[in-house]
Design a protein around this ligand. Sequence first.
Ligand code: ACO
Length: 392
Amino acid sequence: MQDPLTKVAGDGSKAGEAPVVKARGLEGVVALDSELSFIDGQQGTLIYRGYDIFDLAEHTSFEEVAYLLWNGSLPNQQQLDEVKVQLRAERTLPPMILDVLRATPEDANPMAALRTAVSALAHFDGEADDMSPEANYRKAVRLTARTPAIIAAFDRLRKGQEPVAPLRDGSTAHNFLYMLNGEEPGPQAERTFDVCLVLHAEHGLNASTFAGRVIGATLSDMYSAVTGAIGGLKGPLHGGANIEVMKMLLEIDRTGADPADFIRKKLANKEKVMGFGHRVYKTVDPRATILREMVEELSEERDARQWYDYSTAIMETMASEKSIYPNVDFFSASVYYMLGIDPDLFTPIFALSRMSGWTAHLLEQWKENRLIRPRAEYVGPRDLKVRPIEQR
Ligand code: ACO
């Protein structure tokens, strides 16, 4: 692999200054300080504000994690009750957003539908351009409350069904599954989904979060920043990988291919295997470890052992052939599939959870804001002269 770090000469630094380091894809570059999460890519450790992800997945709910990310400490019971009330109060979509979703083509990419609807939410929020910390906190809650309703409403409308209004109570996980399916989920489906939301809530300066912070750092508004972040998450090298993983598992199932052979062929064709590899983790992503156990349990319970078996065979093949390990997108795909969710909603669900992390990053950015503005090394020609148009 090419050395990602290159010293750049002639980049415009002043005489006597150390040369600027150029990193392909900004690999290894530390762009800012953050108190939100810590990743040890060698050990496979992930911490949100001091708490290990295994501890959080076992003992907290998505609402507790969102509160933790926004406020810096886990809520006590009263604080948790308050944040739940705030989320419930914001769940109902403005009617015009339902009109936007009704006008969206039913074959639209759900991430594009989400991006448009989240952007449109700004028109119906009187605080959209209020940059006070209090208003920004309220918008973080509002966006996190409304994203699930948008995804569920879009899915129902494209299937010719009417959107379902949120319940008066219940968790984010409960309400999302209810608004999506029109019936309340059982406790086990709710808890499984809730753990998925905890696992996806925050992950440092990944591409979508960085995009959001770059937009936020111009002192644009929260809606603009998270709309940009949704665009970033949509890509198959980032959050969009979970959809591609499910397509691959379904293809193996449909064709009866041997999963190990299927993967070896892909590698021989120099194709990337979606759900594997990571810019920071050089070992198993700890979220994948937790999700793998969930796949095993669900596939036993639902008599769908094949998803666990295919996934394990693929994981072992990738480890032996390439020493590349699964990331969060690999096992989340079959968890969502076994919960009965359509594959093209997997990335929007990632956004649903990550909205808490994106907004927490924006609150952090605006505490001590500085414009984020790196440079490019100019590698094009110089000294060209403009010729009259008829001579070009
Ligand atoms: N399948 C096959 N080979 C891979 C994979 C993969 N999934 N990932 C990395 N590699 C190989 C590359 O081909 C490259 O090999 P080479 O040195 O022989 O050319 C080497 O490993 C390094 O890979 P890069 O793509 O340069 O690593 P980078 O840090 O730029 O990319 C990324 C990280 C984008 C996640 C990459 O691993 C990838 O494309 N994975 C598949 C998509 C995916 O699962 N994305 C989700 C990531 S998690 C998230 O965003 C939520």
